[in-house]
Design a protein around this ligand. Sequence first.
Ligand code: MG
Length: 379
Amino acid sequence: MKGRCFAVIAAGGVGTRMGLPYPKQLARLGATTVIDRSVDLFRGWCERIVVAVPPGMERRFELELGPDVSIVAGGDTRGRSVYLGFRALGSVADEDLIVAHDAARPFWDSSDVRSALALAWEVGAVIYARGVTDTVKEVDGCGDVNRTVPRSRIFLAQTPQIVRGDVLKGVYDALDWDDPKVWDFTDEAGLLERFSKRVRVFPSRGSNTKITYREDLTMMNTRMRIGHGYDVHRYDDSRPLYLCGVEIPEGPGLLGHSDADVALHAIMDALLGAAGWGDIGRWFPDSDSRFQGIRSTALLREVVERLALEGLSVGNLDVTLVAETPRLAPHIDRMRKELGGALNVEPAVVNIKATTTEGLGFVGARQGMAAHAVVLLLG
Ligand code: MG
């Protein structure tokens, strides 16, 4: 491969399907935006990056992307936008490669791009594409199945689409500009096929998803954070036993500054851990008389409210209670309901298990009880 690489990113769509007041390319994606992440894929190995944007929004994209990227006003179709981007590249040599990409595919895995470039240079054009795993049916106008299409030969075209300079220039030169159907294609390969140019499929790694609907962004913007909590309390026969906010009449109770609900303490530590907020000792110190004898459910509600303010909610929770006595199985359903209420989630996402330690250790010696909790926070 002798030529240089140029990227043309089609960002001219206004994305009406997203229902956003601005183009989806500018939507937030984690700490960045869709367009910034897409452009970043081409930094470092493309000599120039041109982004074709909705006309009138050039300045907005310039500010978003910085001075190393050239912005041009796009056209009314994707093909025209890529053409305008291509023109903005200036002089393109026959052996250069033009890499066209959709701004809405920020998750392209570029780890194998060297092979794709070498192949495009050899063949003339290469498109990233995904094979299909579902059975493919061809139907008639009513939707009745005509036949099953062999899926080994079916690929869904994606981007990048990489075309050698001489091939792309040849095609643009040969276009009949007076033909109203001249831009009637949805990807560069479609244009090349019209001129019987050779185009080779290059299987994508991963899904290389195109962001189309608002839900696509919601899914991708969801943070997932895992936390773990562990607590132990010593038995105290003189006190009531509370576990997961539920009073267990059989007892024995547990010794502690609060109600000594060992399960809720482990759960709170898991929640605070997932949020990166330390532990309950820091939040509710046992040196503070306000927490003397307090029901831990009240403390849990405070933690959950704070999480909600940060946009964090419980995805699911798994608790393991470790005790020789009392028998906990009959109380687990009540505990799940109580916890679901305190956490503002369906009881179905709360799991509680009880185990013993086969007579071993402090639990086996019936000195106390332990609890583990693992939680997934979403937000
Ligand atoms: Mg505790």
